[in-house]
Design a protein around this ligand. Structure first.
Ligand code: 5GP
Ligand code: MG
Length: 459
C-alpha cells in the first residue's frame, strides 16, 4: 500500500502535492512527506500522521520550487519509525535524488547483500531505499541510463515517482501491480497513484503510465522509454475490490463501477432472500448497491459510520464491549430490529472486525444475518504491497468457510467465486494478479519479506 504523487513545472508544486496526498490518504495513513527543489536547494518535510496533521500552511510555504514529490505511507516493509518516512532522499552530486515508492521489491535480500558488499550504508529499513543506492551506483551524469539500469536490477512491484536533479520520473514495473497515472495542469505534468488526486487539483487525466514504462519529465517535456522485456500483466485485483478509491479510475477503468459489478455477480451466484440488504460502510457499500439493485431487495444503511474517529482515543471503560468497532460503526436499531438481513462486506481478512460488527448487529435485535463477501476467500499472503504479508493474518488460509461463519457468528456466509470476481472486472482477466486468492505468484519472492527480517537486518 502507499500513495505516490509528483509534479513538474508548477509554481505551487508543494501545495498541489499536499492536495494530491490528501486525496490519496486512504492509501496510507501512517506517515506523509514532501520533497521539493528550486534548482538550488532541496526542501523536505516528513512526519508521522495524517496529511492534514503533518503539513501546516507554513510548512507548505517553506517547500519551495517548481518540482515536488510526495508519499503517503502504509508500512508493508520496514517499521513505521521516522527514518522510514518517504520520500526517501539523498543529496547526489549536489542535487536531489528522491524516491516515493508504492509496492514491494521481491529480490530485496540479494540487492541488500550486493549493495552492502560494495559499500552502501543503508539509512532505513525500507526496500525503497535500494532504488536510490542502485541509481547512485551508476555514477553517471546520464540520469536516464542510471534509472533504467537500476530498475532492471529490481524485481517485484513498484509504482515509483523519483526526483533526480531537475527531473521528475515516473516508473511502473513490467507486471504493473500498482496503478500510476499521468495528468496535466496548466502546462505542468502530474504523476499520481490514482485519478482522484488529479480530480482534486483540477488536473486533466492524460493516460496511465503503462506497465514497464518509465517517463522522464523535465523542461523539455516528457520522454517515455520501455526498456524491459514484455511480461504478462499482473495488475492487483485487490485494488479494485478494496484498496483504491471508488471515484478513481485505475488501470484505465472506474473502481466504483467495478465494485458494483461485483455485487451484480454476487446476485447471480446467490439465491438468498431477505428483508433488506445493508453494507458494511464504507468499503462494502458499492457491491451492496449492485447486489440490492439486481435482486430488487430494499437497500438500507443499517450501520452508520462515525467520520470523526481518530486513531487514538482515551481508553474507554473495560466494560464497553467491542469499543473499537462500536465507535466507528453504530447500527440503527429501528431499521434492523427483528429483520432478516444480508450484510455485504468487500473482503474478510482476519475476521476480527467482522466478528465484532456482527455482535453489535445481534445486540441491535437483528433476527437473521447472512453475510456476502464480494471476493473469494483470501488465502495467500501478498508480496507485492498489500498489507497481509503472512498466512496467519488471513483467516481463510487455515479455516473452512463453515468455521469462519461460526467464528464471525452469522447464520450463513457466502464468498463470491473467483470466476464471478474475474467476470466483474473491467479489464481482461489475464491482466490480473490473483495470488492472494489462488497462490499463483507471478514472481516468487526470494525470501519471506516479513517486517521482522528487515528489522533484524539493521540490528
Ligand atoms: P476483518 O473482518 O477481516 O477483520 O476485516 C475486514 C475489513 O477490513 C473489511 O471491511 C475490509 O474493508 C477491510 N480490509 C480489507 N483489506 C484490508 C487491508 O489490507 N487492511 C486494512 N486495514 N483493512 C482491510
Ligand atoms: Mg471494510
Amino acid at each position: 500500500m502507499c500513495g505516490v504523487f509528483g509534479i513538474y513545472g508548477h509554481k505551487d508544486s508543494s501545495r498541489l502535492t499536499y492536495l494530491g496526498l490528501y486525496a490519496l490518504q486512504h492509501r496510507g495513513e501512517e506517515c506523509a512527506g514532501i520533497i521539493s527543489y528550486d534548482g538550488r536547494k532541496i526542501y523536505s518535510h516528513k512526519a508521522q500522521g495524517l496529511v492534514r496533521e503533518v503539513f501546516t500552511e507554513e510548512k507548505i510555504k517553506s517547500l519551495r520550487g517548481n518540482l515536488a514529490v510526495g508519499h503517503n505511507r502504509y508500512s508493508t516493509t520496514g517499521s513505521s519509525s521516522t527514518k522510514n518516512i518517504q520520500p526517501f532522499f539523498v543529496n547526489y552530486r549536489g542535487k536531489p535524488l528522491a524516491v516515493a515508492h508504492n509496492g514491494n521489491f521481491t529480490n530485496t535480500e540479494t540487492l541488500y547483500r550486493k549493495l552492502e558488499e560494495s559499500g552502501s550504508i543503508f539509512q532505513s529499513t525500507m526496500d525503497s531505499e535500494i532504488a536510490v543506492h542502485l541509481v547512485a551506483k551508476y555514477n553517471t551524469r546520464d540520469y536516464k541510463e542510471a534509472v533504467v539500469g537500476a530498475l532492471k536490477e529490481i524485481e517485484g512491484a513498484y509504482s515509483l515517482v523519483l526526483m533526480m536533479g531537475d527531473m521528475v520520473i515516473g516508473a511502473r514495473d513490467p507486471y504493473g501491480w500498482r496503478p500510476l497515472c499521468l495528468g496535466k495542469l496548466e502546462g505542468a505534468y502530474v504523476l499520481a497513484s490514482e485519478t482522484c488526486a488529479l480530480d482534486l487539483i483540477s488536473a486533466e487525466y492524460v493516460r496511465d503510465i503503462e506497465p514497464g514504462e518509465i517517463v522522464f519529465i523535465n523542461k523539455n517535456g516528457i520522454e517515455s522509454v520501455r526498456p524491459f522485456i514484455e511480461h504478462k500483466r499482473a495488475c492487483c485485483i485487490f485494488e479494485y475490490i478494496y484498496f483504491a478509491r471508488p471515484d478513481s479510475d485505475i488501470f484505465g477503468r472506474n473502481v466504483y463501477l467495478a465494485r458494483k459489478e461485483l455485487g451484480h455477480q454476487l446476485a447471480r451466484e446467490c439465491s438468498l432472500k431477505a428483508d433488506l440488504v445493508t453494507p458494511v460502510p464504507d468499503s462494502g457499500v458499492y457491491a451492496a448497491i449492485g447486489f440490492a439493485q439486481k435482486k430488487n431487495i430494499p437497500f438500507e444503511m443499517g450501520m452508520i459510520r462515525n467520520h470523526y474517529v481518530g486513531r487514538t482515543f482515551i481508553q474507554p471503560l473495560q466494560s464497553i464491549r467491542d469499543f473499537r468497532v462500536r465507535v466507528k460503526l453504530n447500527p440503527i436499531k429501528s431499521v434492523l430490529k427483528d429483520k432478516e438481513i444480508i450484510v455485504v462486506e468487500d473482503s474478510i481478512v482476519r475476521g476480527t472486525t467482522s466478528r465484532g460488527r456482527v455482535r453489535t448487529l445481534r445486540d441491535a435485535g437483528v433476527k437473521k444475518i447472512h453475510m456476502l463477501v464480494s471476493c473469494p476467500p483470501l488465502k495467500s499472503p501478498c508480496f507485492y504491497g498489500i498489507d497481509f504479508p503472512t498466512k496467519k493474518e488471513l483467516i481463510a488460509s487455515s479455516h473452512t468457510v463453515e468455521w469462519i461463519r461460526d467464528f464471525i457468528g452469522v447464520d450463513s456466509l457466502y464468498y463470491l467465486s473467483k470466476e464471478g470476481m474475474l467476470n466483474a472486472m473491467p479489464i481482461s482477466r489475464g491482466d490480473f494478479c490473483t495470488a492472494c486468492f489462488d497462490g499463483n505468484y507471478p514472481v516468487k519472492p526470494e525470501k519471506r519479506l516479513s517486517k521482522n527480517v528487515l528489522e533484524r537486518k539493521v540490528k
